[in-house]
Design a protein around this ligand. Structure first.
Ligand code: GRF
Length: 192
């Protein structure tokens, strides 16, 4: 299964996917493209270091979302991408990609959805005072973190928890769960 990863920032989830492939924790999965709306993102540097093709763009250089998504779609089509993985991609997808990749786009989010959708889910959980939060991998639709849930992992928030320790616990779960879900989807794709 050929996948494209979309990332706007650090790309630790992107790196975790690459590591899972290298160490053969997941099989029959190939990352053929990294898409980023931030050409300076660390994720872009990781892709270059790993010789993975990059398509990076600056949204304000385009008249609208449709225009840059059409360009992304052209790359995805050229590279015969089967699946899209959003890993810290900070933009809502538009109809161009959602239509062609219907039920073939997943996202990882740092909370137990539907709780704490949107930005700074970890900060939202801390501010609310919940004792359990977690990680969700879900299919992407036109909403903000709203598509059907594929899998979740819970993470406890201890009395001594700080934002930093919670981020670390959540990332550990993300870095395991996201590659696991990708493997399951690849197995389903192979069985089709
Ligand atoms: C992750 O917490 C993910 O759940 C959210 O954005 C963050 C991306 O982190 N959607 P990284 O860039 O993969 O390190």
């Amino acid at each position: 299964m050929k996948i494209a990863v979309f990332a706007s920032g650090t790309g630790s989830n992107f790196a975790a996917i690459l590591e899972s492939i290298k160490s053969k924790k997941i099989n029959n999965v190939e990352v053929v493209l990294l898409v980023s709306d931030r050409p300076e993102a660390l994720a872009v540097r990781t892709a270059i270091n790993e010789s993975i093709p990059v398509f990076s763009f600056t949204a304000k250089d385009y008249p609208n979302k449709q225009a840059y998504e059409e360009e992304i779609l052209e790359k995805l089509t050229q590279l015969e991408v089967d699946f899209i993985v959003l890993a810290g991609y900070m933009r809502l997808l538009g109809h161009v990609l959602l239509h062609v990749y219907d039920r073939k786009i997943i996202n990882v989010h740092p909370s137990l959805l539907p709780a704490f959708a949107g930005k700074d889910a970890i900060g939202q959980a801390i501010d609310y005072g919940v004792k359990v939060t977690g990680v969700t991998v879900h299919f992407v639709d036109e909403g903000m973190d709203t598509g059907p849930i594929i899998d979740q992992r819970a993470v406890t928030i201890d009395s001594v928890e700080t934002r930093e320790t919670l981020i670390k616990k959540i990332q550990e779960q993300e870095h395991k769960l996201l590659p696991e879900v990708i493997q399951r989807l690849a197995n389903m794709e192979a069985a089709e």
